[in-house]
Design a protein around this ligand. Structure first.
Ligand code: FPP
Length: 254
């Protein structure tokens, strides 16, 4: 996307929001329950976030459900999370489809069980032609993994003679990144009180506004989401330019 397009694409509401859903374990522990209780309750916050995006007409919502590093968690927690993903995919996909939501799972799916891989394929196929909200579930995803797989695709094209080394630039490289078919990321929210990106959308977050909240994911709701969107709207995005240059460009266009 050219600089002018980037600036003019900015409207008051974000088109693409991503969320690092953190704090499930602490939420459960605060209630004297096992960590997986927090993940199970986190599903309701996912539903509420999807409803909110649908209502606001946000085009893409990307949720960090499982990072490449989450395999290091206790085996029992990992397997409960996998079962939860299968359960959610089986139970929610029809409702998502009815609401015209397109579901995509981004990440290295090869390490998932064949049952989960099949559920993902079925859910993506069922919703593939929907035109409402695109819901991206980042599962076994890592920002560095995404950049590496894009570099491999670019290298392959050079090896195949489709592209020359000189053809590789920010714009042509972008097409190999996950989510390149969707609006650029506008707003990245992290719940749970930490101030990190944790290897999430490293490339895609280049110009995103960041919003951090202490709220733990199972307590995340429409009110907190509204607050994040209101903060986004109140911020002036300059893409490295002066405020005067941006204003002039916007006036020129209107
Ligand atoms: C981080 O909290 C959360 C996760 C690793 C899992 C998120 C999964 C869900 C909300 C379940 C359903 C989601 C979908 C999209 C099917 P944490 O365990 O790191 O919390 P802590 O920081 O308090 O330990």
């Amino acid at each position: 996307m050219s600089f002018e397009e980037q600036v003019l694409a900015q409207q008051s509401l974000p088109k693409h929001v991503a969320i690092i859903m953190d704090g499930n374990g602490r939420w459960a522990q605060q209630q004297g329950k096992p960590r997986v209780w927090g993940h199970k309750n986190g599903v309701e916050s996912v539903r509420e976030s999807v409803r909110f995006c649908h209502k606001l007409g946000i085009q893409s919502l990307t949720l960090f459900a499982f990072s490449s590093e989450n395999w290091r968690r206790p085996e029992e927690e990992v397997s409960t999370l996998m079962e939860l993903f299968i359960f959610v995919l089986s139970n929610e996909v029809k409702k998502l489809h009815k609401n015209n939501v397109k579901l995509k799972v981004v990440g290295d799916k090869t390490q998932f069980s064949s049952k989960l891989q099949q559920k993902i394929k079925d859910a993506e196929a069922l919703t593939a032609t929907n035109t409402g909200l695109t819901l991206n579930i980042a599962a076994n995803y890592g920002g560095q993994w995404d950049i590496v797989q894009a570099a491999q695709q670019a290298a392959q094209q050079v090896a195949d003679g489709v592209m020359s080394v000189q053809d590789i630039n920010e714009s042509s490289f972008s097409q190999f990144m996950n989510l390149s078919d969707q609006p650029q990321l506008d707003l990245l929210i992290r719940t749970g009180g930490d101030y990190r990106i944790s290897n999430f959308l490293l490339w895609q977050a280049a110009y995103a506004e960041l919003y951090f909240t202490e709220v733990l994911w199972p307590d995340f709701n429409e009110d907190v989401f509204s607050e994040a969107v209101a903060t986004f709207v109140s911020r002036e995005r300059r893409f490295g330019c002066t405020g005067g240059q941006i204003k002039a460009l916007m006036q020129q266009e209107s």
